[in-house]
Design a protein around this ligand. Sequence first.
Ligand code: NAD
Ligand code: UFG
Length: 336
Amino acid sequence: MRVLVTGGAGYIGSHTCVALTEKGFEPVVFDNFCNASPEAIRRVEGIVGRNIPVIEGDVRNRRALLDAIESHGIEAVIHFAALKSVGESVAHPLSYFDNNITGTITLLDAMQGASVHRLVFSSSATVYGQAERVPATEDSALSVTNPYGRTKLVMEQLIGDLCTAQPAFGAMILRYFNPVGAHPSGRIGEDPKGIPNNLMPYIAQVAVGRRDRLGIFGNDWPTADGTGVRDFIHVMDLAHAHVAALRGLDQHKGATVLNIGTGKGTSVLELVRAFESASGRQVPYAFAERRPGDVAELWADPTRAEQVLGWRAEHGIERMCEDTWRWQSAYPEGYA
Ligand code: NAD
Ligand code: UFG
């Protein structure tokens, strides 16, 4: 099956292209490279030993999408392309609405125009907002705490409405928890531009000497060690969830929402210690103020994903740290 992978040169997209190719799917990358390097796809090609077609294009361009779908005989779409920085979305909401929501509407319209009816969509645990209780199930209350989160919630609803209106459409809406780690080869990984917003790349850049110390946002949360708790999931486990979701689309019509996490919470301090042990490096840190908008703890109930897809996460925190370190230590400056 030929699969259009929007945002396929990005962090999760590039790892998913490896998993897809290894499972016999043919990914076609569609990316405008606003937050990615073409080098990522060259490395993916090196890992899988095959060429991967790459189209430089924007998901807000219907004509470019239709050309890509028609010229490559696309049968399904995995839609990663989005802007994803919470802070930036607060400062520039319109560019998030345009890129993420207009981009998704344009993609759905192009899929309808080309009679492609299988979609796997990147959603986020951000839709649980200030979750009332953990673990979060797919039926937990949803809320919005920033414009990025609003775009994910709106896109989920748009996809749901389309699937209701057009029974031929099937969509797997995957709510990722906290993706971390890298391909075990260490040749591809997460390469944030500028100062990392997220914990794992920040830790990795401190360990490799690019940054002096980690700021830990709060040690007075109501958690066992006072630091925030999250559900970190290995990016290759996440990649395999996309393969399972594509396969599941033939049995499940309509829109199916699934949590993609491990079901285990790990604190910021536990992750720091695990990284020190995996890397053999010290990760100096200092406690700082709580970050606005953060929640004390959030982890997934991933039961439904296992029931629906037969998928569950395999890798623990140690492996996530080892693989991140292999990538970060081999390529301290990322793809640069
Ligand atoms: P990423 O920024 O590495 O990848 C996104 C890719 O989309 C990039 O390659 C970028 O160049 C491309 N892109 C952005 N706008 C585009 C447009 N208009 N047209 C074409 N290409 C465009 O991010 P990622 O971490 O790989 O995230 C992938 C998806 O998963 C996103 O939808 C993100 O919101 C979602 N997600 C990520 C996380 C996370 O922590 N990484 C958590 C939950 C959900
Ligand atoms: N943290 C620090 N220092 C840092 C970065 C993070 O202490 O430099 C802490 C945060 O306060 C939080 C934990 O590490 O307690 C995890 O923070 P991340 O920024 O790595 O992840 P979040 O859970 O805040 O957010 C991520 C994605 C969002 C997504 C959300 C829910 O970045 O896009 O998960 O899925 F919406």
